[in-house]
Design a protein around this ligand. Sequence first.
Ligand code: ADP
Ligand code: MG
Length: 371
Amino acid sequence: MTEPTASSGDIGPKSLPITTRSVNKSYGSVAALRDIDIDIRSGEFMTLLGPSGSGKTTLLMVLAGFTRPETGSVKFGNQEVIAKPPHERGIGMMFQNYALFPHMSVFSNIAYPLKIRKWSKTRIEAAVDDVLATVQLSGYQSRRISQLSGGQRQRIALARAIVFRPQILLMDEPLSALDKNLRETMQVELRSMHERLGLTTVLVTHDQREALTMSDRVAVLRGGEIAQIDSPSSLYNAPQTAFIADFIGESNLLTVSLRDGRAFYRDQVIEVAESTAGQGAGLLVMRPEKLEVGKVGERRSDRNHFDGTLERVLFQGESSLAFVRLSGGELVTVRRHLNEASQAALPSVGDQLSLSLHKSESRVVRDDRRL
Ligand code: ADP
Ligand code: MG
């Protein structure tokens, strides 16, 4: 019998779907996870996003097998893994507290999980060569970790996580220690690596831009529950609640009243494309970059208009942020990308103007901000 090499080791499927049902985990009186049902597709890049304390790490630890929930099921493919310890789950992990051994060589660090699995010397050498090529660090076998840059260390940590060909990769804030430029470079690298390897990947981050950049879908957690799970563009363009609209990107939330299936701002009818609010009151989501500035009194049939006064303009490099006081007293921000035309067209501070939002982009959401 010949031993499979790392590169021809596709014995089982390359990736597996993950399914959880009714996962509950409490710490004393704190419900860290409440009835989590999540379906992650085979090969999908899923991000768990949420504020600090929302349960992201707890959920990832449940998937990894380090935390046992009080109730619930976790399946990888058709297999129930809830009772299995982490090392029997076949997962690759890249955690903040899962540091590399700094005094050891790149080779020894990457070979470590293979030695634990009692792979033969030749098979380990082939696998390490192979994975170093994957992370674009071929020839780095004998370097010390302490001789590598931050980005190179991240790539070695990733190499160690995937060297044994796991079917699932779990990462908890893997880039949070890097500075902004390197973090953005690594986001692109991790994403293209994911496209090449096709591993089912679950990433935890509190950085909404990182989540939007990297993921096929994002599950937003809040207080141990999944608030919304959607593609990045759906989360951004069609938030279901005020919490999501507020947490993902920038938004102005304008209180509107809802009567007889119609929305009103003061006495003015607002035509909305979608509403997740019931009767009574709701919040109109106005993304700063989707608002257009026009002349006071201007009315276009495909847009909802709001008259106001320009109070202040902040220069922010590629764009400017204007603050407009609406007739009802609300302060609304408008983002405008700066080019000669938009700069020339900007009214002066103190001028009356009309803001408008396309009717197809006018969404009203339920106010769940203070739940
Ligand atoms: P996140 O990763 O989203 O910041 P966590 O999953 O770490 O959130 O925590 C969720 C909640 O569970 C928080 O209220 C946190 O304080 C609590 N928690 C997490 N781990 C423990 C623990 N080992 N002991 C007690 N409480 C914990
Ligand atoms: Mg965490």
